[in-house]
Design a protein around this ligand. Structure first.
Ligand SMILES: Nc1nc2c(c(=O)[nH]1)N[C@H]1C(S)=C(S)[C@@H](COP(=O)(O)OP(=O)(O)OC[C@H]3O[C@@H](n4cnc5c(=O)[nH]c(N)nc54)[C@H](O)[C@@H]3O)O[C@H]1N2
Ligand SMILES: Nc1nc2c(c(=O)[nH]1)N[C@H]1C(S)=C(S)[C@@H](COP(=O)(O)OP(=O)(O)OC[C@H]3O[C@@H](n4cnc5c(=O)[nH]c(N)nc54)[C@H](O)[C@@H]3O)O[C@H]1N2
Ligand code: SF4
Ligand SMILES: [Mo]
Length: 897
């Protein structure tokens, strides 16, 4: 008997969101890797969302950065040796430090680094360079929560765990579209709701999102007004039975001041938050009546110029009711990135130290320096992300090393970031892909190991430390981020960076957590049970929630004894006097821009953008707006709009998702210069930040929307990449075996066939080129076949009334086109009638393609006028008339064939 070896599954953790799901990776005989959920991981018990499930599709080396590169004197990036690259970074940094001091250099890192990478980066800057100019994209994400937790609890401590959701009787989701952004946690809530329908789910979000599908109550709060809403709740609770006098007395302080700041009446809150007073009262009553309440929040809370106050306004309501540190209740900050929490543990932010010690505390500084035995220790907080890039533009920071983040896309006022990077003397970028909007400005480009290749740990939203393990070899010359940092540190002459493995780094991190961590100054963050592990134990480390006891036991829930981390052991109520967002709408910029995520893309798409299945859900950048606003600002669904703010502008397609109230618009964050000509929303976002946390106000920028007039629209599906130099407006996504382009332009289109052939690069006059042209209608369609396979197709029209892409896309999976495929291909639709209405052709009367085909056949219709008389299509604005003509011709040809 010939038994094939049983493939070995390697356990690791998903590299996307902060839910932190466990995965298994199984190498298959054909070289592919099968990714599945890890049934033994407590975060997901074997489940994966669509992004996690598609991980296997993102592992190819296409587009990967495989070798270091240096910019030469002519400004061209050229492949270089590691030795030269490390030398350039080390001497570049050392020279600038020697001349201008340590604060003239900076690191800008990421919550997508592993804890080990993060630890080394922080140690290098704060302990050896001697500057705290290391900040991270977590500034854009979690910093308001960090600041809020520190104010309330005395340290950056998230009290609860995922099990609390299962035990809760009420779950409030504030500024969190968990259905799309934390799907596995959301599904857990959905299952709970199914099992116990009496559990109340409340969603507080200006948009009606997918998350609202399971909600009993959706409060479409006016953007930026959450502090009013939770102050109102605090006032209400303080006067109610739910107020826990004993808890307040024994375990908190500051309530009186908080009450003064929060004092308000329900009707005033309803007016300010633009909510129905009955709904608001219903929420307050439920909250009052339900002991086991979890209030989970994410970026609708954090990303605000009042973000820290929003966090504290929520925590205040849990303190006044004593609903914290007990099963089924508590405030719960949802972390975004896979290792947002790990970065906080090592002190990755410019105003933190390491192991939850404080930069501003001289005793802490001394303890960390003593532990590191470092030559110096940063004495003051460094620059926060937005300020950092301003300092770079001003020239006070002259060198920046950007690791695992793409600030050209993700920072607010992204055009400012461009000015800063253009000006910066030395820009070093460590990434896994070769071309990003940021790497375009690199003087030194360093190839990092990516997910599946790197080894280390991450910590999720519930403080659970999990291993990420390598299951693929290092590609090209790529190195682990911690290793690259150590190489540079050692070249700069610093001791303390001779780690041999990720395990050695982790061990030092764990030991720092217990260093002088006893007596009166005890710190909650403590990895006692993980210090001193040998390599094998580290390799086999099972998921565990910190703090970890010396015996190795994790901790699901903090503050169970009512003791908090402030020196007096009491939690603080924080007075949160409400204030409006930094920038108000004006006649020039009358709409509020809200930005966020779509279900199937991750940030700047450098990884999810490779997975065809993830492109199908949202294949183009869009602006979601209310139909009445669209009417008012002269734009139409399906057409392009120019969206502009005081800071920048972009072009996106108008969509009416149905979930947005008048006065607001929503644009996704994901598109950038690599996959769209003009859709980097960061260029529009105002650079205002929260005064406490420094977190930008990503969810509230006044903008204007106007028609972006074009003379033609087109789409192309092509097996090969196009040269888009001649196209004014384009977006691209990866399909299965093809790239999909959406194009538009202003230049009058006369020689359509010649233009199409040139764009598609079809120079051979004998090429198998099927086309259709309606010159009076301005419609052109062509398909390029090579052998028996479809190679490319292009559909052009003066209007965005192009056929659906789905059926055409399927043809790219076929090795041979059938005669039927060929007959249908120019209509973008399979032959034969369908039971459904088909893709909408006439939007005015909602008439689908299949309805028109059926009518033509049944009634022997010969002209557009006859079609209009029969099914109304084309009888109003006429936009669909060219489309109807094509359908007429194709249907009649088919019928007579
Ligand atoms: N699919 C996907 N999932 C992801 C990510 C991704 O890129 N793609 N990224 C991960 C990361 S790093 C993060 S940080 C998380 C973010 O996860 P979420 O915070 O859930 O996602 P966002 O879409 O940024 O914003 C959440 C909601 O806040 C709402 N909002 C806007 N303004 C306000 C307001 O004033 N008040 C309230 N109450 N709500 C408001 C928005 O309408 C939006 O629906 O997602 C993580 N998960
Ligand atoms: N307008 C607006 N802007 C936002 C937000 C918003 O809601 N609205 N949200 C903000 C938030 S919450 C976040 S978290 C940020 C995210 O924004 P970014 O961090 O800028 O987004 P990513 O695309 O995740 O960037 C990660 C980069 O690191 C690379 N990379 C991946 N793995 C590795 C690795 O192991 N090592 C190295 N060296 N590189 C790697 C990727 O290829 C990619 O280029 O965006 C922020 N910006
Ligand atoms: S929920 Fe988050 S961690 Fe889990 S599979 Fe999806 S993206 Fe990955
Ligand atoms: Mo984030």
């Amino acid at each position: 008997m010939n038994l094939s070896p049983i493939p070995l599954a390697i356990k690791s953790t998903c590299p996307y969101c902060g839910v932190g799901c466990g995965i298994t990776a199984t190498p298959l005989p054909d070289g592919a890797i099968a990714i599945a959920g890890d049934a033994s991981h407590m975060a997901n018990r074997g489940r994966l969302c669509v992004k996690g499930a598609a991980l296997g599709e993102t592992l190819s080396l296409d587009g990967r950065l495989l070798h270091p590169a240096l910019r030469d004197s002519e400004g061209v990036l050229r492949q270089a040796s590691w030795d030269d690259a490390i030398e350039r970074v080390a001497t570049g940094f050392a020279d600038i430090i020697a001349e201008h001091g340590p604060d003239a250099v900076a690191l800008y890192v990421s919550g997508q680094l592993l804890t080990e990478d993060y630890y080394v980066a922080n140690k290098l800057m704060k302990g050896y360079v001697g500057s705290a100019n290391i900040d991270t994209n977590s500034r854009l994400c979690m910093s308001s929560s960090v600041a809020g937790h520190k104010r309330a609890f005395g340290a950056d401590l998230v009290p609860g765990c995922y099990d609390d959701f299962d035990e809760a009787d009420m779950i409030v989701l504030v500024g969190a579209n968990s259905a799309w952004c934390h799907p596995i946690l959301f599904q857990r809530i959905a299952r709970l709701k199914e099992a116990r329908p009496e559990v109340q789910v409340v969603v507080i979000d200006p948009r009606r999102t997918a998350t609202c599908e399971i909600a009993d109550l959706h409060l479409p709060v006016k953007p930026g007004t959450d502090v009013w809403l939770f102050n109102g709740l605090l006032s209400y609770l303080a006067r109610s039975h739910a107020c826990d006098e004993r808890f307040i007395e024994q375990h908190t302080s500051g309530m009186a001041e908080a009450m003064v700041a929060a004092d308000t009446e329900l009707l005033d809150v309803a007016r300010t938050c633009r909510l129905d007073p009955h709904d608001l009262l219903a929420f307050y009553r439920h909250f009052e009546a339900t002991t086991k309440v979890v209030t989970a929040f994410s970026q609708g809370v954090n990303q605000s110029s009042a973000g820290t106050d929003k966090v504290n306004a929520i925590i205040n309501c849990h303190l006044v009711t004593g609903r914290i540190g007990k099963p089924g209740m508590g405030p719960f900050s949802l972390t975004g990135q896979p290792n947002a929490m790990g970065g906080r543990e090592v002190g990755g932010l410019a105003n933190m130290l390491a192991a939850h010690m404080e930069l501003a505390n001289p005793a802490h500084r001394a303890m960390v320096q003593e532990f590191w035995q470092s030559p110096r220790i940063a004495g003051k907080a460094g620059l926060k992300a937005v300020d950092l890039f301003h300092a770079i533009e001003q020239g006070t920071v002259k060198a920046v090393w950007i690791i695992a983040t793409n600030p050209m896309v993700s920072l607010p006022d992204a055009n400012q970031v461009q000015r800063a990077l253009e000006k910066c003397e030395l820009v070093v970028v460590s990434d896994i892909v070769g071309t990003t909007d940021t790497s375009a400005f690199a003087d030194v480009l360093l190839p990092a190991l990516g997910w599946g290749e790197k080894d280390g740990t991450v910590t999720n939203s519930e403080r659970c430390i999990s291993r990420q393990r390598a299951f693929m070899p290092a590609p090209g010359e790529a190195r682990a981020d911690w290793r690259i940092l150590c190489d540079v540190a050692q070249r700069m002459g610093f001791g303390g960076f001779d780690f041999e493995s990720a395990h050695a780094v982790f061990d030092e991190h764990a030991r720092l957590s217990i260093h002088r961590n006893e007596g009166a100054t005890v710190r909650v963050f403590n990895l006692a049970g993980l210090a001193g592990m040998d390599a094998r134990q580290y390799e086999q480390l099972a998921p565990v929630q910190w703090p970890v006891t010396p015996e190795g036991a994790g901790t699901a829930r903090l503050f169970q004894d009512g003791r908090f981390a402030h020196p007096d052991g009491k939690a603080r109520f924080v007075a949160t006097a409400p204030r409006a967002p930094a920038h108000a709408v004006s006649p020039e910029f009358p709409l509020v821009l809200n930005t966020g995520r779509v279900r199937d893309q991750w940030h700047t798409m450098s990884r999810t953008g490779r997975a065809p299945r993830l492109a199908e859900h949202t294949s183009e950048p869009f602006i979601d707006m209310h139909p009445q606003d669209a009417l008012r600002y002269g734009v139409r669904e399906g057409e392009l709009a120019r969206v502009s703010s005081e800071w920048g502008a972009m072009v996106v397609r108008v969509q009416h998702g149905g979930g947005i109230a008048r006065g607001g618009v929503f644009v996704p964050i994901h598109w950038n210069g690599q996959n769209a000509s003009d859709a980097r929303v960061g260029t529009l976002v105002n650079p205002a930040v929260d005064p406490v946390s420094g977190e930008p106000e990503f969810k509230h920028t006044p903008v204007n929307v106007e028609r972006f007039g074009v003379n033609w629209h087109a789409f192309v599906l092509s097996r090969s990449e196009l040269n888009l130099d001649s196209v004014a407006h384009w977006t691209r996504v990866q399909g299965r075996g093809f790239v999909r382009y959406e194009l538009a332009g202003r230049k009058a289109m006369l020689e359509r066939s010649a233009w199409a052939r040139e764009l598609l690069g079809v120079v051979d006059a004998d090429a198998d080129w099927l086309d259709y042209e309606d010159s009076s209608g301005g419609v052109y369609r062509a398909v390029h076949v090579v052998g028996e396979r479809i190679e490319q197709c292009i559909f052009l029209s003066p209007r965005p009334d192009l056929p659906a892409r789905a059926w055409l896309a399927e043809l790219f999976s076929k090795e041979t086109l059938t005669p039927g495929d060929r007959a249908g291909v120019l209509s973008g639709q399979a032959l034969g009638m369908r039971a459904d209405a088909g893709a909408t052709v006439c939007s005015c009367f909602g008439v689908g393609r299949n309805m028109i085909c059926d009518a033509i056949i049944k009634n022997d219709l010969k002209t557009v006028a006859e079609v209009t008389a029969c099914v109304k299509a084309g009888g109003n604005c006429g936009s669909c008339v060219p489309e109807i003509k094509v359908i007429l011709v194709e249907t009649r040809v088919r019928e007579t064939a």
